[in-house]
Design a protein around this ligand. Structure first.
Ligand SMILES: Cc1cc2nc3c(=O)[nH]c(=O)nc-3n(C[C@H](O)[C@H](O)[C@H](O)COP(=O)(O)O)c2cc1C
Length: 196
């Protein structure tokens, strides 16, 4: 299982955007969430305590993390769920997206409160790759957006731009610690400090 998760390209400690599939009131339900692995055997998710997904996966003890083929699936999960199609997971009693790039099947191992969120740790019981996987991590797009923002600093205003860059850097370091993208964002921020 460890090998299979590694083959998907997940880097330990990085956060990837996935779609969590559960059964909610007997129906398939999907919601986007960030997932990370520390050991390539399990995933961790931080879910808002108000999330229906959290309630559903705690009550069944199982759930699926689908790696979407594109970010449009994240949109559909939130705003056009009727456009999603589901199939059944292979090893657990849970739905999965019919058109995802890969399906990870999980069993809940533990939960811990984190100030309005619940950290869920779950053991991977099956990994199925359906097509080529293109992992979605926010650090690279944040670097691109930050570079564009920096070119427009005179138009948008220095304070507003620097505040947005600080936030982008915070998120990039959280979702991709040690990445080239986070490193470049930090250097960009320093460059702008030098220019007053
Ligand atoms: C890209 C993306 C990532 C998200 N990550 C999380 C997350 O890690 N934890 C969480 O609780 N909500 C996350 N959300 C928000 C939930 O998807 C959203 O609140 C959803 O409405 C929850 O639905 P539910 O109440 O049916 O579970 C994310 C949303 C998007 C678009």
């Amino acid at each position: 299982m460890q090998q299979l998760l590694r083959q998907l390209g997940l880097r330990p400690g990085w956060i990837y955007e996935a779609v969590v599939c559960t059964s909610l009131e007997g129906r398939p339900h999907a919601a986007p969430a960030g997932v990370a692995t520390d050991d390539c055997r399990s995933l961790r998710l931080d879910l808002y305590d108000t999330s229906r997904t959290l309630g559903a996966l705690l009550s069944s003890g199982v759930f699926v993390c689908d790696l979407p083929a594109g970010a449009d699936t994240l949109f559909r999960a939130l705003y056009a769920p009727e456009e999603l199609t589901f199939a059944r997971a292979s090893r657990i009693d849970a739905p999965r997206l019919a058109d995802s790039a890969a399906t990870i099947e999980l069993v809940v191992v533990s939960t811990a409160p984190r100030g309005g969120l619940t950290r869920v740790r779950a053991r991977v019981v099956a990994v199925t790759r359906h097509t080529d996987v293109r992992l979605i991590n926010r650090a690279e797009p944040l670097l691109v957006e930050s570079l564009i923002l920096a070119t427009r600093i005179r138009l948008a205003g220095r304070e507003t731009t620097l505040a947005q860059l600080d936030e982008n850097l915070r998120v990039a370091e959280k979702v991709a610690p040690g990445s080239a993208a986070a490193g470049s964002l930090r250097r960009l921020r320093r460059q702008l400090d030098g220019r007053s």
